[in-house]
Design a protein around this ligand. Structure first.
Ligand code: GTP
Ligand code: MG
Length: 598
């Protein structure tokens, strides 16, 4: 087909290298991926048995040097163009072989490593900080975990009693006096949260182009390799509880933890997958004897989900160490159990029977992999929206991150030529193995990336960002709905301020909760941001004199408090005075260019 670019991972990478901005993005993304994680898989393979490891008297310095050389790269590079289910399977395997250990911040790392290695080969380990210091240790084989757990002791406490539920969350104790904790250097640990917004603004102001600002923001905010591993490990720890009742169940992360758009600190959405048990249809013999299970009956699928979540929620609350603030929200449209997992710092939402959300996660993941500009733009718009209070962590009439992501996808489908295909097109490319109907909804779309051909669109990130704001400044929200299945706006089927068709449950609006005030704020902020990006003096770096931090410009200026739309969070941050000229222009913009909506 004329003008089409075949999509293959390698070609995609070549395209990135060709473009200067994407080249820079790639380079800096590798920088970000220089992790403090160590592994010694190759080293360990050379050592047949743990005791020979000690007999050969390999000094810990040698171990340290070699493990340093085996630092892994970030998830994005590693995951490449794998399908989401392949990534999930690999990460679940790693998580099953991992343990989470609370330790002192001055633990002797080499001793710690040697001690753990005595239980089995270690693939990877890293330390992080979250209400204390923790280590994630991944063994090469399941036996390593079993041996470690076999040896772990039950704590002795005098005044309280203990729930004897043994999990893979452990505490490291040190009885020795030789390397007592306070003589050791602090461990190199990782923070699991994003940098503060003022720091981000300063960082972006030092970049040389808007394209670089967009990639820099993404790098600062995206999930790290370690954070991804930790998310899968928390799912795996919880699965151990669910497996007590449903041995073949799994708990999978979905939403922004795995769709490629997750920001450090985002919640952990989990899905208890029982399909391995109930989905399997045993072959019925045509004649003769056969057995079937006797199963308890319930009134509806929803009632089953509620009762399972209720029991598991109770177990999480009563038995699982580190899980606090458990809330069972069973009457919600999608019943869930919400709690905080203290050792990881994650806010967790556990759902069951939520396969459509899993499909939307897969779809978003696929769109994010098709073209790097998708992720860059989504990260930037999500960050911009959060800073201005367009989205919120509290449920309400706000636009959600999911809706916002769909709005970005729709905008990219509307480019000429389109940057990403419509969902209908992805459906047309699907093979028999992709067929999926969930509760009567057609959730089929192609899973093999190599079947998708993209049109050659060379829009820069700066152009896309600017035109995203322009697009939604003038979008006819009063009449039209956003529809990524068709890739075209459609007449709104009902009167509601914002209508974004649910990609799979097509009779539903994913932004039903949004009220006119919130939509007005979104449109006004789009107008302001579009206007700011059109000002020539705001499109190039404004160098600070005498080595001072440069003045915010380009994307950084969009993250400063709005001059047009009142916002609550402005109280917390230093307000940068806008020039009188800007204020006047913005006022006129506000008065003359009212959005086309009811
Ligand atoms: P953040 O948690 O805000 O970072 O983003 P998220 O994408 O994880 O959103 P959220 O936690 O609210 O929801 C998790 C996932 O559930 C989303 O990624 C979607 O796949 C799905 N989801 C969320 N809201 C809706 C909705 O209104 N309709 C449908 N069908 N799915 C939704
Ligand atoms: Mg989420």
């Amino acid at each position: 087909m004329h003008g089409l670019v075949s999509l293959g991972c390698r070609r995609n990478a070549t395209r990135m290298r060709r473009s200067a901005s994407f080249g820079a993005a790639m380079a800096s993304s590798l920088t970000v991926c220089k992790l403090r994680m160590r592994g010694r898989g190759l080293l360990v393979k050379c050592l047949e048995r743990v005791d020979t490891f000690f007999q050969r008297s390999i000094t810990t310095d040698v171990v340290a040097t070699q493990v340093e050389a085996l630092r892994t790269h970030g998830s994005d590079e590693k995951d490449g163009c794998k399908s989401l289910s392949a990534v999930q399977a690999e990460r679940q395997g790693q998580a099953e072989r991992s343990v989470l250990i609370s330790c002192h911040s001055r633990t002797n790392e080499k001793r710690f490593f040697k001690y753990l290695s005595s239980h089995g080969d270690i693939n990877k380990y890293f330390f992080y900080e979250s209400y204390g210091t923790y280590a994630v240790v991944e063994f090469a084989r399941q036996e390593g975990v079993a041996s470690l757990l076999e040896e772990a002791a039950i704590p002795t406490i005098s005044h309280e009693s203990l729930v004897p539920f043994k999990s893979r969350l452990l505490s490291l104790k040190n009885l020795g006096s030789v390397d007592s904790a306070n003589q050791q250097a602090e461990l190199q640990t990782q923070l699991q949260t994003t940098i503060p917004i003022n720091e981000l603004i300063q960082r972006l102001s030092r970049e040389e182009s808007i394209d670089q600002q967009v990639t820099s923001l993404t790098e600062a905010y995206q999930l790290t390799e370690e954070n991804s591993r930790l998310r899968f490990l928390v799912c795996s720890l919880l699965k151990d509880i669910a497996a007590a009742y449903f041995p073949k169940s799994t708990i999978k992360p979905f939403g922004s933890s795995v769709n490629g758009f997750g920001k450090l600190g985002c919640d952990l959405d989990m899905f208890l997958d029982l399909d391995g048990i109930r989905g399997r249809k045993a072959k019925m013999p045509k004649s003769g004897l056969f057995l079937e299970y006797q199963l308890k009956r319930a009134n509806s699928e929803r009632a089953v989900t509620q009762s399972i979540l209720s029991v598991i929620g109770e177990c999480v609350e009563q038995f699982v160490p580190g899980c606090v603030g458990v809330q069972k929200i069973l009457n919600a449209r999608c019943p869930l159990v919400r709690f905080a997992h203290q050792p990881s710092g994650f806010q967790c939402d556990l759902t069951a029977n939520n396969r459509v959300a899993m499909k939307s996660t897969e779809l978003l993941y696929l769109y994010g992999k098709l073209d790097p500009r998708v992720r860059f733009l989504v990260f930037t718009v999500r960050c911009w929206a959060r800073v201005h209070g367009i989205t919120s962590s509290i449920p309400g009439a706000w636009i959600t991150n999911f809706s916002l992501t769909v709005m970005v996808l729709f905008f990219l489908q509307r480019r000429t030529p389109p940057i990403i295909p419509t969902l209908d097109h992805l459906r047309d490319l699907a093979g028999p193995e992709d067929m999926s109907v969930i509760e009567g909804n057609d959730c089929t779309f192609v899973s093999d990336f190599s079947k998708i051909q993209l049109q050659s669109n060379t829009d820069s990130l700066e152009q896309l960002l600017c035109e995203f704001f322009e697009f939604y400044s003038t979008f006819a929200f009063n009449k039209m709905s956003i529809n990524i299945r068709k890739g075209k706006e459609q007449n709104k089927p009902e009167v509601t301020p914002l209508y974004i068709q649910n990609p799979f449950e097509i009779s539903l609006n994913i932004s039903k909760n949004v009220n006119a005030t919130q939509l007005d704020r979104f449109v006004a902020l789009c107008q302001e941001s579009s206007w700011l990006l059109q000002q020539s003096e705001n499109r190039t770096p404004r160098n600070g004199k005498g080595g001072k931090t440069p003045k915010p410009w380009g994307l950084a200026s969009l993250l400063l408090p709005s001059q047009v739309v009142g916002m609550k969070s402005s109280k917390k941050r230093r307000r940068e005075p806008a020039s009188e000229r800007i204020k006047i222009l913005l006022e006129s913009l506000k008065n003359n260019n009212q959005p086309k909506k009811s």
